[in-house]
Design a protein around this ligand. Structure first.
Ligand code: SF4
Ligand code: SF4
Length: 197
């Protein structure tokens, strides 16, 4: 395997679409000693994962970890008694923030790791924490165009289901899977509501 030494520069970003392609399948990326930037080191680590599914999983988990780190350390939605600061401000009867109509919520929060949900925030949160936006997460640039769409739109799903959508090579197939799950979710929620009337 050949080794390409990389320093944190514009040339690298300009050529990223080639580095992540099959053209660099046999090339190992080595950071130059001056690189300390954690984001950049993670990107090189991703590029050195040559199996497609493993790389996608690493990117997904790293992005989730980065968002959780900001969300928990800065308490971005400021939950108190299951109500986020917007729900407290509006003084409505709603709770659990943006997760109200999902099958995977619990009293302790989300029971899975959904990247689209983690990237989705109301305007108040986006204004205060711009680093929570997909556009500011450099590691997502390693995904294909199809997968960049999926990670931003595959809400209300388990991590395992989202990963299957990302592993698929067809946007249409993934979109149909997402649509099917959304229909199932609405039916289950409606049935549950009728049961507890
Ligand atoms: S993103 Fe906004 S609306 Fe959603 S839970 Fe957080 S504070 Fe509430
Ligand atoms: S999957 Fe999304 S909507 Fe459902 S509980 Fe988790 S964060 Fe909330």
């Amino acid at each position: 395997m050949k080794i390409k030494e990389v320093s944190d520069n514009k040339f690298f970003w300009k050529h990223l679409k080639f580095y992540k392609s099959f053209l660099y399948h046999n090339i190992y990326f080595k950071p130059s000693k001056n690189i300390q930037n954690e984001d950049f080191l993670e990107i090189l680590k991703s590029l050195n994962i040559k199996k497609r599914k493993e790389r996608i999983k690493f990117i997904y988990e790293t992005a989730c970890f980065k968002i959780d780190k900001i969300a928990f350390s800065k308490n971005i939605c400021s939950f108190k008694e299951n109500k986020c600061f917007i729900q407290r401000k509006l003084d409505n009867n709603k709770c659990n923030g943006c997760c109200r109509k999902c099958l995977y919520q619990s009293n302790k929060g989300c029971t899975t790791a959904n990247l689209a949900c983690k990237l989705f925030n109301c305007s108040a949160v986006i204004d205060n924490f711009p680093e929570m936006q997909a556009i500011n997460l450099n590691i997502l640039k390693l995904l294909s165009f199809k997968n960049q769409i999926i990670v931003k739109s595959d809400f209300f799903a388990t991590k395992e289901d989202v990963l299957k959508d990302l592993y698929s090579l067809s946007l249409i197939y993934s979109a149909l899977r997402i649509l099917k799950r959304q229909v199932q979710r609405i039916i289950i929620l409606k049935l549950n509501k009728n049961l507890f009337k």
